[in-house]
Design a binder for this molecule. Structure first.
Ligand SMILES: NC(=O)c1ccc[n+]([C@@H]2O[C@H](COP(=O)([O-])OP(=O)(O)OC[C@H]3O[C@@H](n4cnc5c(N)ncnc54)[C@H](OP(=O)(O)O)[C@@H]3O)[C@@H](O)[C@H]2O)c1
Length: 242
């Protein structure tokens, strides 16, 4: 059986990808940050629904580079090799420009760019030949909006990282791609007031947010297709064209 590690895998987009892979008989390792209850609930659900798969939870703060070893040590101790590595955990900071401080700016860079970069460096010996890496980028890395400067900049960096890593991993036959979602109905978006969501809907050709399950075909395609490499697949309901 193949094994995937998904950062931020207990909710939203990450848990939808996890379920899709479980349906395809993968073993999965899910990381999460702080919500132990939600993590236990989703693990229990996955264990009872997909008894043939191994489902492992790791509590790791992807904003703290000291915690890189929690993941790497687990893989090494348990002699696990990965067929897919999905960098999905993300952070944002909506502070207005004049009040952004270095600490908050740095945290968004650590979660979105630095942790994935250095986890990939550490775990690269544990990627099977032909394995695949998929980042969750964002439409906001392509079409900036002013609400979170560090978010847009880091997601653009994620897209650039994907393209720059292709050559680095060519000899290992590891493919690197990203999905850049538009607006997705997850906890991440829950705090947005109804009126703001309605305004966003007007800018989307399909007139609505994406459901996490509607993204999973894209991740599966990037994982399974053996030739797609260095791509950032935008899934935004036509926002970019509207
Ligand atoms: N939702 C959107 O509209 C949208 C659009 C474009 C891109 N994205 C990107 O999609 C990714 C997933 O977002 P989502 O909407 O699915 O979010 P979500 O529903 O809020 O889920 C976030 C997941 O990531 C974990 N997580 C958060 N911060 C973490 C940290 N510092 N270290 C480790 N794990 C952490 C959470 O764990 P806990 O529950 O324990 O905190 C949870 O499992 C992010 O990279 C985001 O930028 C989202």
């Amino acid at each position: 059986m193949k094994t995937a590690l998904i950062t931020g895998g207990t909710k939203g987009i990450g848990s939808a990808i996890a379920e899709r892979l479980l349906n395809e008989n993968w073993n999965i390792i899910l990381t999460y940050f702080s919500d132990d209850d939600a993590a236990s609930r989703i693990q229990e659900y996955f264990v009872s629904s997909y008894p043939k798969s191994r489902i492992i939870l790791l509590k790791v703060d992807c904003g703290d580079l000291n915690e890189l070893d929690l993941i790497d040590d687990y893989l090494v101790k348990n002699n696990i090799y990965l067929d897919a590595l999905l960098f999905n955990a993300g952070a944002t900071d909506r502070t207005v420009f004049g009040e952004i401080n270095f600490e908050n700016w740095q945290r968004v860079f650590d979660v979105n760019v630095n942790f994935p970069m250095f986890l990939l460096q550490k775990t690269s010996p544990r990627l099977n030949n032909g394995a695949t890496v998929v980042f969750t980028g964002s439409l906001m890395g392509i079409h900036p909006h002013s609400v979170s400067l560090s978010y847009g900049v880091t997601k653009a960096a994620v897209h650039a990282l994907v393209k720059n890593l292709v050559k680095v991993f060519a000899s290992q036959k590891v493919r690197i791609n990203a999905v850049a979602p538009g607006f997705v109905n997850t906890e991440w978006q829950q705090l947005k007031p109804h009126e703001q969501k309605e305004n966003i809907n007007k800018k989307i050709a399909l007139g609505r947010f994406c459901e996490p399950s509607e993204l999973t075909d894209a991740y599966l395609f990037l994982i399974n297709n053996k030739y797609v490499n260095g791509e950032v697949l935008t899934i935004d309901g036509g926002y970019s064209m509207f």
